[in-house]
Ligand binder design. Structure first.
Ligand SMILES: [Zn+2]
Ligand SMILES: [Zn+2]
Length: 359
């Protein structure tokens, strides 16, 4: 269920955004305290921020003595760079590069992670929340906040933001591409929150939207197909999952190759749906075990034995083999019973013939 409109009021409250931003910065600095001990900010060169007294953070790919920084210094820098691009009406490529300062490190060019991304997301939202609804920076800030909340695993809050984002984009007639991104994010959030039916609905919409907009060979389409299949699988709709995967696995193999993570994941779900489906035959289970064996070998080679997908495949392969053994045993029992039954029928017939002859 979506949160009632009254509960979403907090999102548009500028004072609350400022307060949430301060709290998120404190959480991020606390989390990074051990890593940043004895270091200074590469922007203001101080250990403690002159105004907010906040500590340092670093959650990107910077190593050694590089990349220690205050969230407030990052936010100030991003705000100035974006304002300058807006004032001088610089082209979208420059604006885009400058907007990146709201979520990625200017030194290693990698996205900030977890609570640091969350703190920057709040700082960004605090900066632009007061602008009118159609403003581009405000819209991008809402996306940044949703991404940051997800990165810090604040899924309920992230959901409120994403639902507001989708409603806003629809109201404003935003591009199909940007609506599809929000739908994909929403589907993943519903799934994380255990709202499986809603996740299925949203992922189905996202998949058919991607199919129409980008075509079946686009990576984003295959990725949304993977998520949609996972939702069908979670709800044990194996028949529908098989139909979807029969269409998608060959596309993934052709476009990305057998070693690609998406190909492995899609193939794995297909093999599982094949033997878990109620109407599965002995041949289906045999095909399933053979496919899982092949996929497990590839996953071990490409991703390594410790990767979650590889270990999950190992578990499933064990289960599928056990199911196959059970089915073979059952088949033997049924055949055995059939032979006894046929022999008994023959004996009865022989007796009847004999009786007829005797009378
Ligand atoms: Zn600083
Ligand atoms: Zn960095």
């Amino acid at each position: 269920m979506a949160a009632p409109a009254a509960d979403r009021g907090w999102l548009h409250d500028a004072d609350l955004a400022a307060q949430k931003s301060n709290e998120a910065v404190a959480v991020a600095a606390e989390k990074c305290a051990d890593d940043t001990k004895g270091q200074t900010c590469y922007i203001c060169t101080e250990a403690l921020h002159w105004k907010t007294k906040e500590g340092l953070v670093r959650m990107c790919s910077c190593r050694g003595t590089a990349g220690f920084v205050h969230v407030s210094c990052l936010a100030e820098q991003a705000k100035i760079l974006v304002a300058e691009a807006e004032e001088n009406n610089l082209d979208w490529k420059v604006r885009d590069a400058r907007w990146k300062r709201w979520y990625s490190c200017s030194l290693c060019e990698q996205r900030y992670q977890g609570v640091v991304q969350c703190a920057l997301g709040w700082a960004c939202w605090k900066t632009y929340v007061g602008r009118p609804e159609g403003n581009v920076a405000r819209s991008l800030a809402m996306t940044s906040l949703g991404n940051g909340l997800s990165a810090a695993e604040h899924h309920e809050d992230a959901l409120t933001v994403r639902e507001a984002e989708l409603a806003m984009k629809r109201r404003l007639g935003a591009s199909e591409a940007s609506i599809l991104v929000v739908q994909g994010n929403l589907g993943n959030l519903y799934d994380k929150l255990g709202r499986l039916e809603q996740a299925l609905q949203m992922r189905q919409d996202a998949y058919s939207g991607h199919l129409k907009f980008y075509g079946e060979e686009h990576e984003d389409t295959v990725r949304t197909a993977n998520n949609y299949a996972a939702s069908l699988y979670n709800l044990q709709s194996f028949e529908e999952a098989k139909l979807l995967l029969r269409r998608t696995v060959p596309v993934a193999r052709r476009v990305f190759g057998d070693d690609h993570r998406l190909t492995l994941s899609l193939g794995w779900m297909y093999a599982m749906a094949l033997y878990l489906d109620e109407g599965a035959t002995l041949d289906d289970t045999i095909e399933s075990v053979n496919t899982l064996e092949e996929l497990e070998r590839t996953a071990r080679r490409v991703l390594g034995g410790a990767h979650p997908l590889t270990t999950a495949m190992e578990d499933n392969l064990r289960q599928a083999r056990a199911a196959l053994r059970e089915e073979v045993r059952e088949e033997a029992r049924t055949r055995g019973a059939a032979i006894i039954y046929a022999a008994a029928a023959l004996a009865v017939a022989a007796v009847l013939v004999l009786r007829k002859k005797l009378t």
